[in-house]
Design a protein around this ligand. Structure first.
Ligand code: PEP
Ligand code: MN
Length: 362
């Protein structure tokens, strides 16, 4: 089922000036007035207009630094007054929202542990009702696109239209180099379903280490996302949280300048003609694929009938594994990857079994 969202695009919030990427930067946590002001000064000096800092920090272990709480909101207000920057922080409860509204925080985001919790999402949406501040929703820690969309719907139903998302990757137990699994496929899926949503990537929490920030930021830009939320600290080595992944403001400037920003589209006539011709080819191939798939399913239905007539079970264990491994050998000759073949043919097989079952039960 399609869930409609009534959205005001990020370009109309008055927060970001083009060109891409729209950038939000600031420390993982507000730690002291000096650290907040010094970091903001460094960022403001090269044109960052939106300042982030965590005031309440969701930490894995109790006893870790859990944020400075309300006093930090006064430092955020000072950033706003001194540099004219917009400010934002993470909220995870009604209390957080009310404190932010009281101290004039311009935008809030919902963290990955909170967007996974419908009770908290509803509490936050209710607390924000009647305001029109922008709200960014990070993906839930688990890769569940419906949970992510549900969180946006709750906010939208509370009348909030300046909505955006932050893709920060997913928790994983797999041994990967990054702190979180980038899982870009889900970002592409959400982007495709809701192209009007302001779309940020958070390379800092995805990476967990500053050495991966450039490659992940570049990937986000290549996928056409609108912006980046990056952690920046005036003295990363002394940061009270996420020290390894933060950049000094000058290093962030260098990183942003290293990004290659490609246009989302082009008005160039030759480009348009070239891309139209290629897309026409793709359209024909896709129609052929549809026809081929439909033909395959018709044969599946016949097989189903044949098995039924001969009182044979539908799943012949072992056969599919054999077919699939043969398929991968052939596919590799065409330069098609095993992962791709797994995804496509397992989907085809699943549908085939469904069709055969239909025949059996019909
Ligand atoms: C953060 O932005 O500081 C944070 C806690 O992020 P996440 O919710 O993505 O873990
Ligand atoms: Mn952090």
């Amino acid at each position: 089922m399609a869930h409609e969202l009534d959205i005001i695009p990020g370009t109309e919030w008055g927060f970001f000036t083009l060109p891409r990427p729209m950038c939000i930067a600031g420390p993982c946590s507000a730690e002291s007035e000096e650290q907040v002001m010094e970091t903001a000064a460094g960022l403001n000096a090269f044109g960052i207009h939106v300042f982030r800092a965590g005031i309440w920090k969701p930490r894995t272990h109790p006893g870790s630094f859990e944020g400075v709480g309300t006093p930090g909101l006064k430092w955020m207000r000072k950033v706003k007054e001194t540099y004219g920057m917009k400010t934002c922080t993470e909220v995870a409860s009604e209390k957080h929202v009310l404190e932010c509204l009281k101290y004039g925080v311009d935008m809030v985001w919902v963290g990955a542990r909170t967007s996974a919790n419908p009770f908290l999402m509803q509490e936050i949406a209710d607390a924000l009702e009647g305001t029109d501040i922008p709200v960014l929703v990070k993906n839930p820690v688990n890769p569940d696109i419906d949970l992510w969309i549900g969180a946006l719907e709750r906010l939208n139903r509370a009348g909030l239209k300046k909505l955006g998302v932050i893709h920060r990757g997913f928790s994983t137990s797999a041994p990967i180099a990054y702190r979180n699994d980038p899982g870009w496929r889900m970002a592409i899926e959400l982007r495709t379903r809701y192209p009007q949503l302001a779309f940020f990537a958070d390379p800092s929490h995805m990476a967990g280490d500053r050495k991966y920030l450039l490659e992940l930021s570049q990937r986000a830009m290549d996928l056409g996302l609108d912006g980046l939320m990056v952690e920046s600290h005036c003295n990363p080595a002394c940061a009270l949280s996420d020290a390894k992944q933060q950049l000094t403001p000058p290093d962030l400037k260098t990183m942003l300048e290293s990004l290659v920003i490609r246009d989302n589209t082009s008005d160039n006539q030759a480009y348009r003609e070239g891309i139209d011709a290629l897309r026409a080819q793709i359209d024909v191939i896709d129609e052929n694929l549809l026809f081929t798939l439909a033909s395959r399913m018709k044969v599946s239905a016949k097989i189903g009938q044949y098995k039924k007539d001969h009182n044979v079970a539908i799943l012949q264990s072992g056969r599919w594994e054999q077919v699939l491994s043969q398929m991968k050998i052939k596919a590799s000759a065409y330069g098609l990857s095993d992962a791709f073949i797994d995804a496509v043919f397992n989907a085809i097989h699943e549908e085939s079994v469904r069709v055969q079952n239909e025949v059996l039960e019909g």
